[in-house]
Design a protein around this ligand. Structure first.
Ligand code: FAD
Ligand code: EPU
Length: 335
């Protein structure tokens, strides 16, 4: 039977909160139990994209389904399946060790395999949607397992059908496994300046997949705080995507503003730059601040609550709005 539990160790921002009921899911079959069908539910992975705002008067299902295997291969690709509870970084390293490259740019992203499709995790020029073939999930309303392919996931920047429908929040579905398609015609993605610079500094001209993974990991260790040392949830805001006219006007006023043109003609702005220029890099409000080496990362300096996070978040949003008339939207999920 589910039991109450302290969720503080299960979120990388180390925010306090109790769940009224908690159950570890290590086998997909557990999800079909009638007792789990009713009431409020939250599906928890590694808690690395989560803001716990207080106690949760519902059921937390902690996804711990493990297992990874080669499903098959053809002339074009390897097809690899992993359980939702597998640690994402360990899974990426395992695929590389097997000689199946393609996920190396996503090395060292915290969290689980099952959460990766939810916000279409991305880093250093790659998004997981580009390597996903399909996923299997349990639908608590229809009481059935279903499989969706990549197209049906409607992946976009830090977005998918699961977020768009807000379904993950009210816990209507639980992803149990994900299948990846890793093309045999491997191509290095190392144009991202930080990674290219790291490879150059290591004297590497033609990088192997493992060398890219190592370079990405080194860059990340340098720029991002380790949640075990300084609790955080990675980037706290999305990089805002604005109309080209707005980006052009801002760029005219602020020539150093980093701008990334998108395929649809709009322009992505660097939220970290906006926050730094608004004076928030390394600044704190109570126990919550913005990280001194990367202004987009909100950090818990010790003893913060969800209310403290909300207060700092609102202050940063107000400062960026006041300076640049740009709205910042939070990336993590609030519970
Ligand atoms: P959780 O935080 O537990 O959950 C996140 C959401 O997914 C919740 O809505 C939850 O209900 C849902 N969910 C989780 N598992 C399942 C499941 N099996 N079925 C259905 N719903 C589920 N993200 C990036 O995209 N790129 C980065 O470079 C990056 N860097 C980061 C660096 C640091 C230091 C940190 C702390 C975070 C970073 N993140 C990054 C954010 C985070 O790692 C990812 O969003 C990750 O996928 C979250 O996984 P999780 O298992 O911790 O999910
Ligand atoms: N910048 C500043 N000041 C800062 C931080 C950044 O001026 O304090 C500038 C940088 O100089 C650079 C630009 O902003 O010109 C972009 O910075 P960076 O390359 O560090 O990447 P980011 O846009 O801040 C995004 C993702 C990260 C991902 C990296 C690498 C979002 C919201 N964040 O960060 O993802 O790892 O690119 O691809 O898209 C996450 O989602 O949790 C996450 C960490």
């Amino acid at each position: 039977m589910p039991t109450a539990i302290d969720l503080t160790p299960f979120n990388t921002l180390a925010l306090p909160g109790q769940a009224a009921r908690y159950l570890k899911i290590s086998d997909a079959g557990q999800l079909t139990a009638p007792a789990l069908a009713d009431g409020r539910r939250f599906i928890l992975g590694g808690g690395s994209n989560l803001v716990l705002t207080g106690d949760f008067d519902g059921l937390v299902l902690h996804m711990a389904i493990v297992g990874k295997r080669l499903l098959g291969q053809d002339a074009e690709a390897w097809y690899v399946e992993a359980g939702a509870g597998e640690n994402w970084h360990d899974f990426v390293q395992w695929t590389l060790a097997q000689g199946w490259p393609g996920l190396e740019n996503l090395s060292l992203i915290p969290g689980t395999v099952g959460a990766a499709p939810i916000q279409n995790i991305g880093a250093y020029g790659l998004e997981v949607g580009e390597r996903l073939l399909s996923l299997r999930a349990w639908d608590f309303e229809k009481k059935e397992f279903f499989t969706v392919d990549r197209e049906q996931c409607h992946f976009a920047y830090r977005d998918s059908v699961f977020k768009q429908q807000g379904r993950h929040l009210n816990g209507h579905i639980a992803i149990v496994s994900v299948t990846f398609r890793l093309p045999k015609a491997w191509q290095a993605h190392c144009r991202y300046a930080d990674v290219a610079d790291e490879l150059a500094a290591r004297g590497i001209a033609q990088a192997t997949p493992q060398q890219i993974a190592d370079a990405v990991s080194a860059v990340r260790r340098r720029k991002l705080p380790d949640p075990a040392v300084m609790p955080n949830a990675g980037s706290f805001f999305h990089n805002p995507v604005v109309d080209r006219e707005i980006a052009d006007a801002l760029k005219a006023q602020h020539p150093a503003l980093p701008c990334y043109p998108q395929p649809d003609g709009r322009v992505k702005l660097a939220a970290g730059w906006l926050i730094e220029q608004a004076g928030w890099k390394g600044k704190n409000l109570g126990p919550v601040g913005m990280y001194e080496k990367q202004a987009l990362v909100l950090v818990n300096r010790g003893g913060a609550t969800g209310a403290d996070v909300r207060r700092t978040m609102a202050a940063v949003q107000a400062a960026v709005r006041e300076n640049f008339a740009v709205d910042l939207n939070p990336e993590p999920v609030f519970l």
